[in-house]
Design a protein around this ligand. Sequence first.
Ligand SMILES: C[S@@+](CC[C@H](N)C(=O)[O-])C[C@H]1O[C@@H](n2cnc3c(N)ncnc32)[C@H](O)[C@@H]1O
Length: 259
Amino acid sequence: MIEKIRTLAWFAARPAFWAHAAALAARRLAPSRDTKAHRAEATAWAAARARPLAEALAAMGLDPPSDGLPALPAPLLAEASARAEAAQVRMGGPGDLDLLYAAVCLLGARRVVETGVAYGWSSLAILAALEGCDDAALASVDMPYPKMGNEAFVGIAVPERLRARWTLVRRPDRYGLDSALRVLGGTVDLAHYDSDKSWQGRTWAFPRIWAALAPGGLFICDDIQDNLAFAEFAGSLGLSAAVTSAHGKYVGLLRKPAA
Ligand SMILES: C[S@@+](CC[C@H](N)C(=O)[O-])C[C@H]1O[C@@H](n2cnc3c(N)ncnc32)[C@H](O)[C@@H]1O
């Protein structure tokens, strides 16, 4: 009960999140598609398709060069780890940084949108891959987890020198995604989804992100084993998804056909 009151107080102090709080409350009344059975089905779907990163990228038409996949510079990662450790807060875990860095480079992406920032590991990988591209930009959406007191540390992994081409929209997806897409001119080359993992959150966001993806663009979704949202979305498009796995979870990739 006390936790519920604290959650209510957290939202009450943040008018920008009231509509999101109402949507979360309404969600509880709908039949859940985030059940153990659905998770097991989604895990089996992902496991049956999982392959090494280079193969998954090749399946999306992004063939690795003969000298190997482009990789996030180790010193940059070490520097970010030191900053994240010093922050001493608890936040969501990282996306697949090797995948993100390589995908941005191989695709030649210039406009990237992501949902879910937390420490900002994925933002770091994307921004590092965009470095040196004059017209490139990343727009990220993040609503911090309620009551964790970590708002000031969101994106802490990203060093100041990589922030010039970064816009961080501190709103729930439902209100921040459109703003982020507007910052990028409405069309993106690559999208990374790593925020609201619920079936409802994903089924709301996926079609909107897909509509904003340029022909030939790449959609990446983290933690696809959580529920069937990604598998069903791929099925609804009639497209073959690639799946890779990192840190015990599965990541899905979908490429929009070129025009
Ligand atoms: C797993 S973490 C993201 C990790 C990040 N991509 C990285 O690689 O470091 C998920 C983040 O999404 C945020 N989030 C959860 N639900 C959200 C929503 N509905 N709208 C926006 N952000 C949300 C969480 O507060 C958290 O910061």
